[in-house]
Design a binder for this molecule. Structure first.
Ligand code: SAH
Length: 394
């Protein structure tokens, strides 16, 4: 494992930057409106987007086809402010994780401030970036490490697309040519549909040809099941949908994903069917984290088959990834295989998502970042973890 600590570049002066626009907050439409506001032609927005997203340029002075006076005007009114990198870790399997400072886009990273994690998973045929949408998470799924951190706030569009920007920069990604990031999944910290507008705008930038230019099937939003927002997403965005199911009946799912109390499984699947109906060739991915003795029995696999039959679905089985203080354990290999076989034999597509990056706590459900919890709801849990850790250390 390899860790670098990055020093900060104090690029922007706090006093003057406070009322400037971070251009990473604007999608193509917004950027064109911004250029109209400062008395420039809309095509200038397109030029600047190419600099920002194809060449990963954050310095207006380097945007040489813009003309001196426009560059000066931009420097007065705007900046390109991606999050700052606090930590950069590489796993023995090549997975890479960055801890990125939020609350820092004004150029002044706050020591001990909020930070989120972004993970890059290289595979022979693709490179997937796993992006966070919130500082912490408010949903309290019982098997997820992020939940134990509490919730602070939504990330801005700049902080979401900025994660792709920073990762692309670290990886030497070149949009449309040498792509290291071929897929983006909104599967990091947070519930993306609870931060709808910023997430949608950031996904527009991932998809836009003048942005990162990724096809709709290569940008995936994963949700714990916010039903009304799934319908809204279907109306405004063209991306793939993944749903964190984890249990095939309401009693068990409510224990694991408390949001199920609000939107029961049949309502959730109805919303998925409506989402799929808008996109003739789409498949919806259902994530199912396998926990020993909790949700991994053959009976539950059979119940899951029945649910999946009515949809263009595939099931992604995720062996549970442990974290300090958790009450759950990963299902053993034979149980995982048996569960998968029941699905496959019934004609349901099912794959096992192999654990990557767990030596740097970068696997699914292990992201915790740095959350200044404003809710204090999880204090009891944290006390329990601390006690366990102290007992362990003693
Ligand atoms: N809130 C969104 C995005 C988080 S995605 C959602 O719920 O879909 C992260 C995925 O990893 C989800 O499917 C989540 O349920 C799963 N996950 C969470 N904790 C996990 C753990 N400890 N082990 C394995 N998978 C986990």
């Amino acid at each position: 494992m390899d860790i670098h600590v990055h020093t900060f570049q104090m690029k922007h002066d706090m006093t003057s930057v406070a009322d400037k626009t971070n251009l990473l907050d604007l999608d193509r439409e917004g950027l064109r409106a911004f250029f109209a506001d400062i008395g420039e032609k809309p095509y200038r927005a397109d030029q600047v987007m190419k600099w920002m997203y194809h060449r990963l340029e954050d310095d207006f002075e380097a945007m040489t086809d813009l003309g001196k006076s426009l560059r000066a005007k931009l420097a007065e009114t705007a900046f390109v402010g991606p999050p700052k990198t606090l930590l950069d870790k590489t796993s023995s399997d090549g997975t890479r994780k960055w801890l990125l400072a939020m609350d820092s886009s004004l150029g002044k990273p706050q020591a001990g401030g909020n930070a989120v994690e972004t993970v890059y998973i290289p595979e022979p045929s693709r490179g997937t970036l796993c992006v966070s949408s919130q500082v912490g998470c408010a949903l309290n799924c019982t098997f997820c490490s992020t939940a134990t951190q509490g919730f602070n706030r939504n990330l801005s569009c700049a902080e979401i697309i900025g994660q792709v920007w920073v990762a692309a920069k670290h990886l030497g990604n070149v949009t449309h040519q040498q792509r290291r990031i071929t897929n983006v999944v909104m599967m990091g910290m947070g519930e993306p549909l609870a931060n709808f507008d910023n997430v949608v705008r950031a996904m527009h930038l991932m998809r836009d040809d003048l942005g990162f230019g990724l096809a709709s099937k290569r940008v995936t939003l994963s949700t714990a099941g916010m039903v009304p927002m799934i319908d809204k997403l279907g109306e405004v965005a063209d991306v793939s949908l993944a749903v964190s199911l984890h249990a095939p009946n309401d009693e068990l799912r409510t224990q694991l994903v408390p949001l199920n109390r609000k939107y029961a499984i049949h309502e959730l699947l109805d919303a998925c069917a409506r989402y799929a109906a808008r996109r003739p060739r789409t498949t919806i991915t259902f994530e199912y984290t396998l926990m020993q003795g909790i949700n991994d029995s053959p009976l539950l696999a059979k119940q899951l088959v029945k649910l999946m039959r009515r949809l263009p679905a595939k099931v992604n089985l995720i062996p549970f990834n442990p974290f300090p203080g958790t009450q759950y354990q990963r299902s053993d290999e034979d149980t995982i295989r048996a569960f998968q076989k029941i699905l496959l034999d019934a004609g349901v597509q099912a794959m096992v998502r192999r654990t990557r990056g767990d030596d740097i706590d970068a696997a699914c459900g292990q992201l915790k970042g740095q959350v200044l919890d404003r809710t204090r709801r999880n204090a009891q849990f944290r006390r329990r973890v601390e006690m366990q850790e102290r007992a362990h250390a003693a």
